[in-house]
Design a protein around this ligand. Structure first.
Ligand SMILES: *Cc1c(COP(=O)(O)O)cnc(C)c1O
Length: 428
């Protein structure tokens, strides 16, 4: 009989690794040996495929010059559309509903300026108080541009515990004066996954447009945005999608809204066959391409081509199953090994409510993270007191998770963290 603690042992972790159907993908990534990278939710690691597709884009530039727009393996003129098509399965969308363009923040500006048409009685935007600051800055500036005051016209649903938002509280805030809702799919701190299907249904019952920021769910969790009738969504590709620092983002607009004029127009909003007529009257595209503005950032699009191949091969459902199993394993290890060290695990434990990362609160979090980094564990610190740890299904092994927790345990038991200053760095 194996003891009860067997399921918390390194031997068991190795066993999970050897029976892991996705284990072959680790060799596709540049994973530093001896390092435990738990920050793929902020910046995913480079894959060999992404490197190859970037280098191929450079070859096309070298070999074709200007003709790269229409020639070569992936003509640049259609790259945003073809990447949109390849991204569509990750969010459960039709190909014409998706375009790879912009960044989360610029795409929020685009979506809000397209969907938010305030009237006398319906002139407010609903968001939440825990979301990422950039999303709120964008909403406030959109209100200001419309001559509305953010204090009065931006409603932020309050959290009951400072970590999560109750869906019923969001629904309760969907009053008759709300025109548009923007929410994260997964809360960037606690990792809470919101019920997008339910919230969309409730918003639509009240005649409100609803969109989601998928920064922390795309590439980690399957979505059915089209089926759920979500109006719009935005995301970045540099977190779970491993497209590289500052890599281009993406957006989705439901089929029923295609044909809407873009709030922020540019020549790439045009129908493709009309664009080079160079008319001063825009004939905007009737697919999601209408929400592009200017020339695509080809070199930051290119790595995504290779990266998306890996998602197609692995399957987002399989990646989600592994991710859930890995975060569960990590949670069990943390509960057992770090008991008595004043960590509070604040991510949802229920699988249907949990995104791709674990979140630990500790008053010494900043310096614990510094100690982890010096011991080759790459965590993610969020001020003032949070440590986020994201095992990535593509390239984290169960043994990596086991080791990460052991290193954290050593740091706590030997009080190694006391040697560091409990203060965040410039980028944290
Ligand atoms: C990462 C992240 C951003 C960053 O936006 P960029 O425009 O890509 O810089 C915005 N919102 C959320 C929720 C994020 O997690």
């Amino acid at each position: 009989m194996k003891s009860e603690n067997y399921r918390l042992s390194e031997e068991y972790a190795k066993e999970l690794d050897s029976s892991d159907p996705l284990k072959k993908f680790k060799q596709e990534f540049y994973v530093k040996s001896g390092q435990y990278y738990m920050d793929g939710n902020s910046l995913g690691l480079l894959s060999k495929r992404a490197e190859t597709s970037l280098m191929k884009a450079m070859d096309t530039w070298r070999d074709y010059g200007i003709d790269g727009w229409t020639q070569g393996e992936h003509p640049w003129f259609y790259l945003s559309e073809s990447l949109g098509e390849k991204s569509a399965p990750l969010i459960g969308a039709k190909k014409e509903e998706v375009i790879v363009t912009g960044s989360i923040t610029t795409n929020i500006h685009q979506m809000v300026s397209t969907f938010f048409k305030p009237s006398k009685s319906r002139n407010k935007i609903l968001a939440d108080e825990l979301t990422f600051p950039s999303d709120i800055y964008a909403l406030k500036s959109q209100l200001t541009l419309k001559g509305l005051s953010p204090e009065e016209h931006l409603i932020q649903v309050q959290s009951r515990d400072g970590l999560t938002i109750d869906e019923q509280d969001i629904i309760g805030a969907m009053t008759d004066d709300i025109s548009l809702i923007l929410l994260p799919s997964v809360m960037y701190r606690s990792g809470q996954l919101l019920d997008m299907k339910l919230l969309t249904k409730e918003a639509h019952k009240r005649g409100i447009f609803i969109g989601f920021d998928l920064a922390h769910s795309i590439g980690a969790i399957p979505h059915s945005l089209h089926e759920w009738n979500v109006d719009f969504a935005v995301w970045c590709n540099y977190k779970y999608l491993n497209s590289g620092p500052g890599g281009v983002g993406g957006l989705y607009v439901h089929e029923s809204h295609l044909g809407k004029a873009p709030g922020l127009a540019g020549w790439f909003s045009s129908k493709k066959d009309k664009q080079f007529d160079m008319e001063h009257t825009l004939d905007h595209s009737h697919d999601a391409g209408a929400f592009q503005i200017g020339t695509p950032h080809v070199l930051s699009c290119a790595p995504l081509l290779g990266s998306l191949e890996l998602f197609e091969e692995a399957g987002i459902e399989n990646l989600r199953q592994k991710s859930l199993k890995q975060t569960r394993f990590m949670m069990e290890l943390i509960k057992y090994e770090l008991n008595g060290h004043d960590f509070e695990m604040v991510n949802p434990s229920n699988d249907s409510k949990r995104g791709g990362h674990i979140c630990l609160q500790h008053k010494e979090a900043a310096r614990i993270c510094k100690a982890l980094k010096d011991r080759h564990v790459i965590p993610d610190f969020r001020a003032p007191n949070m440590i986020r740890l994201a095992p990535i299904a593509f390239y984290s092994s169960y043994q990596d998770i086991w080791r990460t927790v052991q290193i954290l345990k050593e740091i706590m038991e030997q009080e190694v963290y006391l040697k560091y200053e409990n203060k965040r760095d410039v980028v944290a």
